[in-house]
Design a protein around this ligand. Structure first.
Ligand code: PEP
Ligand code: MG
Length: 736
């Protein structure tokens, strides 16, 4: 391909050479066009008139099948294969043996290399392997050589097809557009073939040593990224680096004449072929590990060690990764970061927490993203709609720009209204506070006009640390939070860890039902040292000002009184030593376990305030896992049952004069917020981005009228009041 002549002439020579060497009567190259069809680009043995004329759809015929599956196909009698499709213009009917292998570049099928023979069953598995190696080299050569003159015969540049849409899981809402940037950029192989086999073997040996060293130092680094799952992943990685089988296979490939990096790439492709056929999800995960490691090894071989240049973004960008740690995300220049697309990712992952705090739209579980997206592709992320558009059409771009303009317009309106109070038309004041968990969340206070922090999730600090945060570190964070809040109240919730919120410094025991398990206050009371430290840090940080503290997952009143007693003992200690104390201390409870709703009489005697955590409360109420996507639409929080339940809690608090709010996600959706206010709630603590829209709804609301219509509906027997509420909102011009 590097020789003389036009691209077409060079490709013709290549197929002739392969046919000759493999003793095949036919050798053809099909390439994927922009529209996704496979076009015959060169052939030795088939009719030349068919070149650039014969086309197959993805999945059509044996060639289309190879392209679609990305797997090699070796059949003794082509016409007997269920996928057989005959192209009359090629004159291929006389050939019986067929072997096709995908031409793969950057994990993407860009074409198919085929050999055929009149004699049936002639190609062996060794031939298939040889052809795969040839296809790999061909893939690199095709991309490196200028094929412009061939492409011009067929129109648009082949390779990247047109717009592709992917669904994912919304991890952080929002819209963004930018150029795709790979978190771990793919490396272009330079040299593929070598004569110096000994030299390549020694390069490989050195690279393996360097990789092990790299992983060792990663594991020892007191880095933010290194906790929980990351550690396990790295341990597994390390095991692979000592896997003799993997190394032997790469060495064999070097012995066949490939450079060390080409050999690593080839073995990765071979493994990919094998893994794809496996059903076991665990083994599939291991493929990811091996791919990551292979890429790491290739980068080392090519001298890209520790390079972080890609962290410098120079224009609006969408970051694409399999997964990443929170510290890695923080390494990027946020000015140009418009969105994140992850192949993995989960709503409770730390990187999600950070992305949410930074307000970066993020979509997770986008299977196939790495394979389909090319570095530099334009990508639109519409996280609210759970979609990404790769290489969007003009129509989609236009629609996106309209949505973005609307989005920005609304944001401006919300910001302009941030200092206006959330008062209904008939004069009811609703307190809108925001939820937070990291110091950087505090910037949102000013921007949104939130009246305080109704829920500060202290566990985040513990989750992003590889060791137990010392008391001084905890105190420092709480003091900074209070300082950033200025005079606004902050409600600190004590550690809500355990269950599915694991911290690296506590032994992790697998539990059958983690949400119902050894977590939150249960863990805190059986290991009171942890809670005591935290309470001390909170008391010290709020010396001279008000401290609001609450406990998660209280299930019985006795748990609350025990935790409260621990706080009071610490206060007593401060009294005795004469240390500075908070001016006032309010001690409250989360209500997120249904059993507590039947102990309100005694609980309300003990608490200074109550905060309803609808996320957990509703998962227990409906016995419906809050993180199981299959159940997410099954039950509705706007059902008369759930709403009546919340109403009974609110009424009991009001009767006893105990302040109550909702701090679960429910209050962040305007329609649900409307219902909650209708139930009697006068305070909500919600995510910062929801403050503007909820306030806008409140300022349009005539609460008395609404309650008159709404409250009688609680006794209806139906699945949900959602549609009725939407109808009311529409009739009364309420923006929900
Ligand atoms: C809740 O359960 O509603 C809540 C606010 O707590 P978290 O989401 O942290 O469990
Ligand atoms: Mg909870």
């Amino acid at each position: 391909m590097a020789g003389k002549g036009t691209g077409q002439q060079r490709l013709n020579k290549v197929v002739q050479k392969i046919a000759g060497t493999m003793k095949a009567e036919v050798c053809s190259v099909y390439l994927v066009n922009q529209d996704g069809t496979l076009e015959l680009f060169a052939t030795e043995g088939l009719k030349q008139e068919a070149v650039h004329i014969s086309k197959l759809k993805m999945g059509q015929g044996l060639v289309g099948h190879v392209a679609q599956t990305g797997l090699p196909l070796n059949v003794a009698e082509a016409s007997r294969h269920p996928k057989f499709f005959y192209l009359p213009e090629t004159g291929e009917e006389i050939y019986h043996s067929f072997t096709g292998v995908p031409i793969i570049r950057h994990l993407k099928v860009t074409g198919v290399l085929v050999v055929q023979n009149r004699k049936a069953g002639i190609f062996t598995t060794v031939d298939v392997e040889t052809l795969q190696t040839v296809a790999m080299i061909l893939a690199e050569m095709l991309s490196a050589s200028n094929l412009g003159d061939i492409r011009s015969l067929t129109g648009p540049e082949a390779g990247a097809p047109g717009q592709v849409t992917f669904d994912g899981k919304k991890l952080t809402g929002g819209l963004g557009v930018g150029k795709a940037v790979f978190h771990e950029p793919k490396v272009e192989l330079q040299e593929l073939l070598t004569e110096d086999i000994k030299g390549e073997k020694s390069r490989l040996e050195k690279a393996f040593r360097a990789m092990r060293k790299q992983l060792d130092s990663l594991m020892q680094a007191p880095d933010l990224a290194l906790f929980g799952d990351h550690r396990e992943v790295l341990e597994a990685y390390k095991m692979f680096t000592y896997d003799q089988g993997w190394k032997n296979r790469i060495t064999e490939a070097v012995e066949s004449g490939l450079t060390a990096e080409a050999a690593v790439e080839k073995i990765m492709q071979d493994m990919r072929t094998r893994f794809v056929e496996m059903k076991d999800p665990y083994l599939k995960e291991r493929l990811h590990d091996l791919e990551d490691l292979s890429n790491r090894l290739i980068r080392i071989l090519m001298g890209y060690v520790g390079e972080k240049a890609h962290h410098k973004l120079t224009e609006d960008s969408i970051l694409v990764a399999r997964s990443m740690g929170p510290a890695e995300l923080l390494d990027y220049d946020r000015k140009y970061l418009r969105g994140i697309v992850l192949e993995e990712g989960s709503p409770t992952a730390h990187v999600t927490v950070v992305a949410r705090a930074l307000g970066i739209p993020m979509l997770g579980r986008v299977r196939g993203a790495l394979e389909t997206i090319e570095e530099g592709d334009r990508v639109i992320i519409d996280a609210g709609a759970c979609k990404i558009y790769i290489r969007p059409t003009d129509e989609v771009k236009r629609a996106f720009n309209i949505s973005l303009r609307e989005h920005l317009k609304l944001r401006k309106i919300y910001e302009a209204e941030r200092n206006k109070p959330a008062i209904t038309k008939d004069g009811e004041k609703i307190t809108l506070m925001m939820n937070a968990g990291l110091l950087m969340d505090m910037d949102h206070l000013e921007r949104t006009g939130a009246e305080g922090i109704g829920l500060f999730r202290t566990e985040f600090q513990f989750m992003v640390s590889s060791t137990l945060p010392r008391m001084s570190v905890q105190k420092e964070l709480y003091a900074k939070i209070l300082k950033a809040a200025k005079n606004r109240p902050v409600v600190f919730r004590t550690l809500d860890i355990g269950g599915d919120k694991q911290v690296p410094f506590l032994p992790h025991e697998e539990e059958e039902n983690p949400a119902l398990g050894y977590r939150a206050i249960r863990l805190a009371l059986s290991r009171p040292g942890l809670l005591r430290y935290q309470v001390r840090a909170l008391l010290a940080a709020s010396a001279g000002r008000d401290l609001n503290i609450m406990f998660p997952m209280i299930t019985e009143v006795s748990e609350f009184t025990e935790a409260k007693a621990l706080v009071l003992r610490e206060v007593e200690y401060l009294n005795r030593t004469g240390a500075k104390k908070p001016k006032k201390i309010a001690i409250g409870s989360m209500l997120e376990v249904p059993s507590l709703a039947w102990q309100l009489d005694s609980l309300l005697e003990e608490v200074d305030f109550l905060s309803i955590g609808t996320n957990d409360l509703m998962q227990f109420f409906f016995a419906s896992d809050r993180s199981n996507p299959k159940l997410s639409d099954r039950y509705d929080l706007l059902s008369p049952a759930a709403l009546s339940f919340i109403r009974s809690i609110v009424t009991a608090c009001q009767d006893k004069g105990v302040p109550v709010n909702v701090c679960g996600e429910m209050g962040a959706r305007s329609l649900e917020a409307l219902a909650l206010i209708g139930l009697g709630l006068r305070a909500l603590s919600i995510s910062p981005s929801a403050i503007g829209p909820v306030k806008m709804m409140i300022r349009q609301l005539n609460l008395k009228d609404f309650q008159e219509w709404f409250l009688p509906k609680l006794s209806e027997h139906c699945h949900s009041l959602r549609e009725a509420l939407k109808g009311y909102a529409l009739d009364h011009n309420l923006p929900v």
